[in-house]
Ligand binder design. Sequence first.
Ligand code: ADP
Ligand code: MG
Length: 680
Amino acid sequence: MASLYEIPIEKLNGIGGKRVRLFNKLGIVSIGDLIRYYPRTYENWSEITCISDITVGETCCIKATLDLPVASKMLPSGLIISTSTISDETGTLKLVFFNNKYISSMLKKGKEYLFYGKITESMGFPQMVSPIFQNEDSVVPIHPIYGQTAGLTSRTIESAVKKALEILPAQITDTIPEDIRTKYDLMGMREAIVKIHFPENSAEIESAKRRLIFEELLVLMLGLSSMKKETNSTDITITKNYTDEFVSMLPFKLTNAQQKAIDVCISDMMTGSHAMNRLVQGDVGSGKTMVAAAVAYTCIKNGYQAAMMAPTEILAKQHYENFQKLFEGTDVKVRLLTGSTTQKQKREILDFLESGYINFVVGTHALISENVEFKNLGIVITDEQHRFGVRQRSNLQEKGTNPHLLVMSATPIPRTLALMIYGDLDISVIDELPPGRQKVDTFFIDSSIRERAYNFLKKNIDEGRQCYIVCPAVEHTDGGLRGVEEYAEDIAKNDFKNYTVGVLHGQMKAAEKEAVMNDFIEGKISVLVSTTVIEVGVDVPNSTIMMIENAERFGLSQLHQLRGRVGRGKYKSYCILVSDAKGEDAIYRMKVLCSTNNGFKIADEDLKLRGPGDFFGSRQHGLPELKIADFMEDIDILRDAQAVCGSIIPDYMNPENSDYKGLRAEVRQLFTNVGNQLIN
Ligand code: ADP
Ligand code: MG
């Protein structure tokens, strides 16, 4: 099978020139690709529906007799409409065909046919439009239907697949070894491939699918797992737990969930010779930063360095300032390293990191640049992991010799997806918010009552609070969106002329951003008009209103993140979603948001609405596109595949072991499109 990926489809009879390009357009380059181009659905002639049981909107197969000869007429527009009626024992149904001159000679009155097509409604009556039909004796019960492209029909693809299957050797080595197939009751590979294209009944489709889904998920898990280090053993020894000492420096008590997460991390680091590899997931505001700080503290007190990477400068700086305050008067020396650190400072920091004088560095991607070296890096922490690719975290890890790893994510990822993306990590969940937090009340309004919303903001500002207004675009767009600067200028002159208004967006210079953020933190700015640069992590507890313009432009998880910027202190907080969108999807999103503050529920909804690719933004989620598996629906198979992956990975990684040659080829194949992410 593996070798079929090396035979171009031109080698098939009847496929050349233009056709080749069309196949390529569908991503089919080799015979192997063609065989793996599974049908999107099937035309099922094996299940006959009685006319009395038809449902408008559904596609079905009807066995019926033609009552009338087909009558055709041409409309002034030149369109030819042909009609007839058919009957079975339960009723009659109208048939309609468009622009088919030959139809009257193909269908004969009084003869019985099988008709396959979609039921629609016209003037209150059901009808079948442009059905395909055949005589019962010539029926192939199930036809595959493939994803098509202009100029390449499903039937053409079908006949190409047929030819390709003819050259599939009778004996092929199954990608999945026999013992695993037996254990999980999986169909053999050759049979599954033949049956997925040309099944004889629905049961065969199901079995073939299950086998191929299993295989695809196993291939995915193997691909992801082989990216992580082969051995995870470490020489870093943490012998003493300093959490109590850390807690005594805090102005508040840790929540039970925070305490639990910290305990698990420390015990990961103290047991045996394996490095910690843990993902801590917690909703926005659950206090993940303190978990990171506590874990880093113990590591540092045991004589090691700690590094924490955040996705934006604003966030990195915020962490840095927090930690500086927190660790004042201790032997923890914190420094900040980002893209806008001056050369001079940078040189100093690099020296101090190499000599070990600095034992806690916080920063952005700048931390993974080549010239950063550590004396004895003990732990790597990444904040808001969903913003990073799988590769970036390992790049930072490679700065040390198998340091411990703590990954934090505020986009609560549905368990299934977490298993996939972080298949190599242990997972902890912080399922509790610090005490006193109130639900952020969320409202959905249209722009006609924006004034009222502004008045509400002013009332809160008058009480000493601060507000955010988020706009989707930096600059004015053709779509009519006002850019942040224009928006801020406008409200500063009009509605908020008696208040201080600030602007923040990603295109500003780092120093400008910093100045604005500082003013906001110090309360010198009452209304901060911003793009989504404030989406992650920003923590200003005095701000109580998050107003989001053109809320329909944002995904659910993103809106939830934005909302998470308020409700972080003791004050009652609000989120106001402004949108004039009429689309069902947009309105549904607003409703979900108004109805719950639970990030896990929201993430589930988001995933259902958007699928995994979009869910993580277009960026580097590191997941290849799947052909047949759907991880929301195939969760049980995913679990089995994960178990198998765990048990075979050592042998799989051994290139001498020929049992997994087929699987290795499939992994290469599946990951070709995301290759860049794996390499850089
Ligand atoms: P996130 O999980 O979103 O990263 P943060 O770590 O930024 O949350 O914490 C949100 C806010 O809650 C911060 O202002 C932090 O100081 C505060 N906080 C964290 N833990 C506690 C606690 N146990 N009790 C009270 N406040 C806390
Ligand atoms: Mg955070």
